[in-house]
Design a protein around this ligand. Structure first.
Ligand code: FES
Length: 107
């Protein structure tokens, strides 16, 4: 279990308990923080887009090809930053305890 600090689209900050082994998208979706995860983690919707705190972003494994393609695809509609990630591609583990993310605007 890792506690993740989440800023929602209204600027509210929550501490969310994230069980190890689960995609971060599911944790954020189930916490009703505005993440829809429409494609269920198939890298094809972009509704799980988050901005990871820069100090944490560099600790994550790099985005895979599918994730990068989806981030490129949503650039037209939403601000995609160097720390942008699809939360469906981040698997929670203990090393993420204390990570800070911000929910990106809706696609
Ligand atoms: S849930 Fe669709 S891209 Fe992440």
């Amino acid at each position: 279990m890792a506690e993740v600090h989440v800023t929602d689209r209204d600027g509210n900050v929550s501490a969310v308990d994230a069980p190890g082994g689960r995609p971060l998208m599911e944790v954020l979706r189930d916490a009703n923080l505005g993440v829809e995860g429409i494609c269920g983690g198939a890298c094809s919707c972009g509704t799980c887009h988050v901005y990871v705190d820069p100090q944490w972003a560099e600790r994550l494994p790099p985005a895979g090809e599918d994730e990068q393609m989806m981030l490129d695809a949503i650039k037209e509609f939403v601000d995609v930053r160097p720390t942008s990630r699809l939360s469906c591609q981040i698997t929670v583990d203990d090393s993420l305890a204390g990570m800070t993310v911000e929910i990106a605007p809706e696609v």
